[in-house]
Design a protein around this ligand. Structure first.
Ligand code: BTX
Length: 327
């Protein structure tokens, strides 16, 4: 059985949006026999697609499995490039590792790696990222922007506003951003973003944007280390959320905001980011590898650097730190 045809057939039924499509029509469109159509339908049903078959009317898709495989994500994607190449795994150590390997094989801009679970998901500075099976979105996106190396950190902020917009759109929840890469609901982390890069003497070869989004975890799905600081969209909303819609929406906004950024620069992104930020204008404690600073977080620069004014009046540029809100 040709898996590409099976996936395309799933996409065709999704696009029909609940309307029946006749077996003959599918056979004609795909250039296969009606028996072959029926076999593909059986295959989809075995994978968890709910498809009803009514005589003289045809096949109607009434439910799709909660999977992040290409067949479930791609048909309703609203992007031009992002997600059009999609690597799906049921398990891996880290989608970042797979994405780094793929980036070296010259895969296109906007290639996506998604896994149902990560056995060694990672955060910044070699920290661990809890990645329970089938509960969240563990995704790495390979981008190839033509920008100078020092502007790469801006992509963490572009990714953050894209994820917040997607969460708002799909769930109606209103998360905040804590500089630089935490997305919070009621002060608890629901998403982390990790931006890594591959570069050589010519500049950036690939940016690997890792997004870890807690979608449908219950409290007991989190490890003891993160139980007190983590939350999921489901816990906040009180009902399950669609991971498929979230993936599609994140990719849509990431593509849109990247295009705005490339055409118009960082200013528009910065405005949006500041609108969502809980950090700006607040007293904070910034813990860095070698020192800790306390002061007011005044702004971010065009490079995404956080500006903290300490009580002695000095302004400090912070490139990387853990921020605690001081209240
Ligand atoms: P971070 O260094 O800002 O956050 C890591 C810290 O967050 C951990 O030390 C822990 O305290 C807490 N934490 C761990 N897991 C979770 C969780 N599921 N929810 C809330 N808090 C948690 C943030 O780094 C960047 C995370 C990126 C994760 C993605 S998933 C896809 C891709 N692959 C991969 O290995 N990493 C990225």
């Amino acid at each position: 059985m040709n898996i590409i045809v099976t996936n395309k057939l799933a996409g065709r039924l999704m696009e029909a949006d609940g309307e029946p499509v006749s077996g003959q029509q599918l056979a004609d469109e795909f250039g296969i026999s009606r028996t072959a159509v029926w076999k593909h339908i059986k295959d989809l049903q075995e994978k968890g697609y709910e498809i009803s078959s009514i005589k003289k009317k045809g096949y109607t898709l009434t439910g799709i499995p909660d999977s992040l495989e290409a067949a479930a994500i791609q048909p309703l994607l609203k992007t031009v490039r992002y997600g059009k190449t999609l690597e799906y795994l049921s398990s891996c150590e880290s989608t970042q590792i797979i994405a780094h390997q793929l980036a070296q094989q010259l895969v296109p801009d906007g290639t996506v790696v998604l896994s149902e679970e990560q056995t060694a998901g990672r955060g910044r500075m070699a920290r661990k990222w809890d990645s329970a099976h089938g509960k969240g979105i563990w995704m790495s996106i390979i981008l190839r922007p033509d920008i100078p190396l020092q502007r790469a950190p801006q992509f963490t902020l572009i990714a953050a506003v894209s994820v917040v917009r997607a969460i708002e759109e799909v769930t109606g929840l209103n998360p905040d951003i804590k500089w630089p890469n935490d997305i919070l609901l009621n002060g608890k982390k629901c998403t982390g973003i990790l931006t890594e890069l591959q570069s050589d003497a010519d500049g950036i070869q690939a940016l690997i944007i890792g997004i870890g989004l807690n979608a449908n975890q219950e409290m007991e799905d989190f490890s003891d280390e993160v139980k007190d600081i983590a939350t999921s969209l489901k816990l906040k909303k009180g009902s399950p959320v669609s991971r498929q819609e979230l993936v599609r929406s994140i990719l849509y906004y990431l593509e849109l905001y990247t295009a705005i950024y490339i055409d118009e620069g960082f200013a528009a992104i910065k405005l949006m980011w500041e609108g969502y930020s809980t950090t700006i204008g607040k007293p904070v404690r910034a813990r860095m590898a070698k020192e800790t600073l306390e002061g007011i977080a005044e702004s971010i620069t065009d490079e995404g650097v956080l500006q903290i004014r300490t009580p002695d009046g000095k302004l400090h540029g912070i490139y990387s730190a853990d921020i605690e809100m001081k209240n």
